[in-house]
Ligand binder design. Structure first.
Ligand code: PAF
Length: 282
């Protein structure tokens, strides 16, 4: 496994691979890697000649400075994990490499409201930061395929929109959510949870799993209310459940009439914010 820290070194490497006709798969991460990230890498390895993973804790997407401070940094473990899984290249730039002073400023992309709902409503500016860093990373790595996890449903929907808007020559591949045996979605934040909290948090998956049947009987609004109540009873502090169209992220009013429906949720436990989602119809 090769580790690059400098943009110019990585670019040189990628150019040489391209000249040899190799295809490039790229998975951006913020480290604290777990099997969810490994699923991105494995999908990339199955589809591309060279798989590159980046580790960069992007400061511009943290609206809460405390969250940035507390974000787990497990560099040694991350590198060992990637090496073991046969990753070809790790790109670990510093903040000054990604945002150098002389970088021409790109105008902010209008996300046409995709960034105003769900996560966006609770984390103002978050998606502007995600779009900024993914665009920059794509400009540097120039991959054929980009791998992102379904767990951040709104994130990949927005990145897909960005790719369409800028007409970027990259294919976005969405990799399904990886869960613990208990159903809890794998997340870098799970390490901050006690065993008891992890147990309580499994109610998120349980409640998501019951939504399809509930929507046969009740309106999306009623289902949302019941879901939030159930999470409260389980000992979580739910922020939202949104049953939305998977492309526009706008609320669904009649489940039977929609063709692509996803339920997205966020809830707090022990000061940790967890998100999850389930595609109910596609
Ligand atoms: O999903 C993440 O870890 C981050 O938002 C990403 C896509 C690596 C951008 O910093």
């Amino acid at each position: 496994m090769i580790l690059f820290k400098k943009v110019s070194d990585l670019k040189k490497f990628v150019e040489a691979q391209r000249l040899m006709g190799k295809s490039i798969g790229f998975s951006p991460t913020m480290g604290a890697l777990h099997s969810g990230h490994m699923a991105l890498l494995h999908t990339s390895q199955a589809q591309c000649d060279i798989s590159i993973v980046s580790i960069f804790v992007n400061p511009t997407q943290f609206n809460d400075p405390e969250d940035l401070k507390k974000y787990p940094r497990t560099e040694g473990n991350d590198l060992a994990m990637l090496d073991k899984e046969g990753c070809d290249v790790v790109f670990m730039p510093g903040v000054d490499d990604i945002y150098p002073k002389n970088l021409p400023e790109t105008p902010k992309l209008d996300l046409e409201g995709l960034d105003k709902v769900m996560e966006g409503a609770f984390r103002p500016g978050h998606f502007d930061g995600v779009v900024q860093v993914v665009k920059r990373l794509l400009d540097i790595v120039a991959p054929d395929k980009l791998y992102m996890g379904q767990k951040d449903f709104q994130q990949f929907t927005i990145i897909n929109f960005m790719i369409e808007q800028y007409k970027l020559p990259v294919e976005l591949v969405v990799v399904p959510i990886v869960r613990e045996d208990s159903g809890l979605a794998k997340s870098s934040r799970n390490v901050r949870l006690s065993e008891a909290a992890k147990q309580k948090a499994t109610s998120i998956f349980q409640q998501l799993s019951g939504l399809r049947a509930a929507l046969e009987k009740f309106s999306p609004k009623e289902v949302e209310t019941k879901f939030l109540k159930a999470l409260e009873i389980a000992g979580l502090e739910p922020e939202y459940l949104c049953i939305v169209n998977g492309k526009t992220l706008q609320p669904v009013s009649d489940f039977s009439k929609e063709s692509y429906v996803v339920a997205c949720t966020a809830a707090w436990i022990e000061g940790v914010r967890l998100i999850d989602n389930m595609i109910l119809k596609q």
